[in-house]
Design a protein around this ligand. Structure first.
Ligand code: AMP
Ligand code: GLY
Length: 432
């Protein structure tokens, strides 16, 4: 069989992890635009992933067997539809299906139509409706901008005043531009967060091991929200029983509902979850792609090749099941000033020493290669990823590699996986 040619769209740590995985699996991988760190492993071409016509031209002329889309923006912009028209298979949903991430109001209404467990929500599009909507909640609701807001459109309000101010900032103040023209007020869920990723072919799916992200900047889940400061796989809160509930109550009705409504889902579905104390899962959000950094431990930890499943998914021929993987963890190294104003151009030292730690792969998120070596070029700079026989070993290995890296002002959480480790140690062990 000829070597499959895969084009990956995007240029962060997630895309590095996808590229590394598919390259390891034997594909000929190209990444657009990629980054200087990804270019150490596979070919990168300077094509903007959101420039749909440029992507279609590249994919068609390059004779790719499949395009794998990393970030959500090209999907919401219709890249999968345009590729389908050009006859290039795409792992990533149509624009219609990408509304599950692109519009929180759409996703919420979809979940209500298909009785998928999620927090009760009210959609508000005018300030006049705000007081009545707020009064319908017994406790301060979570406020969410409807559209894509780069993970920054959510305020978990501690008071009704804070909720109202956040909603007004969207509706009147244009806090998130068009994305904030509608807001959702949503009941606040409690429990433990986890994420579940499935690869879908429109009808069937295969599941990855459950993952857990760490969204806050600082240890102890304090500080501002970020794109994610680290992730572990598996997340012990999702045991086999919880996983079954997620698949039966959420994944299956979502795929069936999407098909029924005329937008069969092909691609990676990311289910952001709250698991309540009884082990019942609720959807916090849908995303239409792999998570970043979650994709890093998920794909680096995989015990089986991903490539055959990608090719089967785009052909509509997946064999349902779960993909076995080893415990793995990513610790993100972020730049000084992240997330508000990350400093660029700082030298990165110790990359080779980190990469030499057995069981480690350093994924590049925001780096540039200069004559003297790599420098910082984004907020999240590196994802230091390790796998192990168990989670404690994977985490210890990841931190050993992190400790090789020196960047002036670098920010690293030292407690990645603490919640998972506390669960592994058993009840009575608090996260400290
Ligand atoms: P999202 O962008 O929807 O994932 O929201 C960002 C973060 O806000 C989530 O990871 C949760 O920590 C929190 N969050 C969102 N919705 C809720 C909810 N209904 N209840 C509690 N926390 C929430
Ligand atoms: N790490 C969360 C996300 O990718 O949305």
């Amino acid at each position: 069989m000829p070597v499959p040619k895969i084009l990956i769209l995007g240029g962060g740590g997630r895309e590095h992890a996808i590229a590394h995985r598919l390259h390891t699996d034997g594909a000929e991988v190209t990444c657009a635009p990629g980054n200087d760190g990804i270019a150490e492993d596979v070919r990168c071409v300077p094509v903007d992933a959101t420039d749909v016509s440029a992507v279609v031209a590249l994919a068609r002329d390059g004779g790719f067997d499949a395009v794998v889309v990393g970030p959500e923006a090209p999907l919401v912009a219709g890249v999968a539809d345009a590729l389908a028209e050009a006859g290039v298979p795409c792992l990533g949903p149509s624009a219609a299906a990408a509304r599950l991430e692109g519009s929180k109001a759409f996703a919420k209404a979809f979940m209500e139509r298909h009785e998928i467990p999620t927090a009760r929500a009210v959609t508000v599009s005018s300030v006049a409706d705000l007081p009545g909507a707020l009064r319908s909640f017994d406790a301060p609701p979570v406020v969410k901008a409807d559209g894509l807001a780069a993970g920054k459109g959510v305020v978990v309000a501690e008071s009704f005043e804070e909720a109202e101010a956040a909603a007004r900032a969207c509706l009147e103040g244009g806090a998130f531009g068009r994305a904030g023209e509608r807001v959702l007020l949503e009941e606040r869920l409690s429990g433990e967060e986890a994420s579940y990723f499935v690869l879908c072919d429109g009808t069937r799916f295969v599941g990855f091991a459950p993952a857990q992200d760490h969204k806050r900047l600082l240890d102890g889940d304090r500080g501002p929200n970020t794109g994610g400061m680290g992730a572990v796989v598996p997340a012990p809160v999702v045991d086999d029983d919880v996983r079954r509930r997620i698949e039966e109550r959420i994944v299956e009705p979502t795929l069936a509902g999407a098909r029924e409504e005329g937008f069969p889902y092909v691609g990676v579905l990311f289910v952001g979850l709250m698991i309540d104390p009884h082990g019942d899962p609720y959807v916090v959000e849908f995303n239409v792609r792999f998570g970043d950094p979650e994709a890093q431990p998920l794909l680096f930890g995989l015990d089986v090749p991903l490539l055959p499943h990608v090719l089967a998914a785009v052909r509509g021929a997946l064999r349902p099941g779960t993909l076995p993987g080893r415990p793995a963890a990513t610790v993100v190294v972020a730049a000084e000033g992240y997330p508000t104003s990350p400093r660029k151009g700082d030298p990165i030292e110790g990359l080779e020493a980190a990469a030499a730690v057995p069981g480690v792969k350093v994924f590049h998120a925001g780096t540039r290669k200069m004559e003297g070596g790599f420098v910082t070029a984004g907020g999240r700079v590196l994802g230091v990823c390790a796998r192990g026989d168990d989670l404690p070993e994977a985490l210890a290995t990841a931190y050993r590699a992190v400790d090789c890296i020196r960047i002036p002002g670098m920010q690293v959480r030292r407690d990645i996986g603490a919640r998972a480790l506390a669960r592994l140690r058993g009840p009575g062990h608090d996260v400290t």
